[in-house]
Design a protein around this ligand. Structure first.
Ligand code: FES
Length: 289
């Protein structure tokens, strides 16, 4: 273990972070894990991000104790660690649920139903953004685009994808999670708890049976352009959630295009300025063009 600046008697002008110590057994275990992670990097400070995931895997969020631990292990100030831990949204700063349910409300998902899903879940669960249900199961939050726009609207649970969701399917999803019923992401590996996910993100092996094989590759909607470029026929419809697709009650439906309408859930032709005779779209001159 490296010694911290304060241990070496060097004052960097920052007060020590008040934090209770880990129990000896926990500290010893985390130190062994941290040394394994740090050894992967030529410069120890590069291990800060995985170490924050490591301490998050211990307590479910990044505590002051966890930040002090990272500072000690990496010879950083607690201010440096805090700056990183508070910058990235994947690090949680307060106790949270076993399942982080993130609803993408970026532009495409929002207009495809993400906003409606988020509002529905807020009402259904009785929690607001960043809040956790009383049973400690679900933490609900807005999330930014997860580069899965071709499956919009997208919900993520502990960073696994649930594609083409609707308010009704999202309600069933959180009900199943709260009841302890098995749920299956649309693609990617099987679901595990937030703490288990954090340990995987810290760089430790994913030991769930078949998880690596299930991580898979791009989904069919993402590959339509490639298939067309290769001269292959595009499928009539490429939205294939594992459960066969949204099956909501009519009042829950936000938009349910027929297979004849769309290839995907959101590729209907749109009105653009080019189709407006009074506002023709011409080439845009760029500097140096
Ligand atoms: S806007 Fe939701 S995944 Fe991109």
């Amino acid at each position: 273990m490296t010694t911290s600046s304060s241990e070496r008697g060097v004052s960097l002008g920052m007060p020590a972070l008040p934090a209770p110590a880990y129990p000896d057994e926990v500290r010893a275990r985390l130190e062994a894990d941290a040394r394994e992670v740090i050894a992967r990097y030529p410069d120890s400070r590069s291990a800060l991000l995985p170490l924050l995931h490591l301490v998050q895997s211990e307590e479910g969020h990044v505590t002051r104790t966890g930040m002090q631990f990272c500072a000690d292990m990496l010879d950083l100030t607690t201010a440096e660690v805090t700056a990183v831990a508070t910058f990235y949204t994947m690090y949680r700063r307060k106790p949270s649920g076993d399942y982080q349910v993130g609803v993408c409300t970026n532009t495409l998902c929002a207009v495809m139903g993400g906003d409606a899903i988020f509002e529905t879940l807020q009402e259904h669960l009785g929690v607001g953004n960043g809040e956790t249900t009383d049973d400690g199961t679900i933490t609900l939050e807005h999330i930014e685009c997860n580069a899965a726009c071709d499956f919009a609207p997208v919900v993520m649970v502990n960073w696994e994808f649930f594609d083409n969701q609707t308010p009704g399917s999202a309600k069933r999803l959180v009900d199943d999670l709260r009841a302890g019923r098995p749920v299956e992401p649309t693609r990617g590996a099987r679901l595990c708890t937030f703490k288990e996910t954090a340990r995987i993100l810290a760089g430790f092996p994913d030991e769930r049976p078949g998880a690596v094989e299930e991580s898979g590759s791009a989904g069919p909607a993402s590959l339509v352009g490639l298939r067309l470029a290769r001269g292959e026929a595009a499928p009539a419809r490429v939205v294939h959630p594992r459960d066969g697709g949204p099956q909501d009650e009519p009042q829950d439906r936000v938009h349910e295009p027929s297979p004849a309408e769309h290839l995907s859930s959101h590729d209907a032709p749109q009105e653009t300025s080019a189709s407006d005779p009074s506002h023709p779209a011409g080439p845009t001159a760029e500097e140096g063009e």
